[in-house]
Unconditional design. Structure first.
Length: 118
């Protein structure tokens, strides 16, 4: 049974930091590209960051580049989103996603709230 469990969200002041984690089980983790997406109220879901299955390449939305870092730990079957210099516009529900065309898998976490407010 596939499970993706997110943690690390919450309320933080502008300029602060949070680290989101997504702990996975039930699939061949190392074969999957991983990503974080977010959805703010009244807005469409957007891709925030992604990392390849090999872990050799990452990509970021322009709005977070230089502030957020995605990383994976295959030994722990977990990936992370380190978020620094947070802004109120980063407030959203964040979702972790694992996808593999070869494995025909596309899995999502339950979503976790991040609120940036003073």
């Amino acid at each position: 049974q596939v499970q993706l469990v997110e943690s690390g969200g919450g309320l933080v002041q502008p300029g602060g930091s949070l680290r989101l984690s997504c702990a996975a089980s039930g699939f061949s983790f190392s074969r999957y590209a991983l990503a974080w997406e977010r959805q703010a109220p009244g807005k469409e879901r957007e891709l925030v960051a992604g990392i390849t299955a090999a872990g050799d390449s990452t990509a970021y939305a322009p709005s977070v580049k230089g502030r957020f870092t995605i990383a994976r730990d295959n030994a722990k079957t977990t990936w992370y989103l380190q978020m620094n210099a947070l802004k109120p516009e980063d407030t959203a529900v964040y979702y972790c996603n694992a996808v593999s065309a070869e494995e025909e898998g596309d899995y999502w976490g339950q979503g976790i709230q991040v609120t940036v407010s003073s």
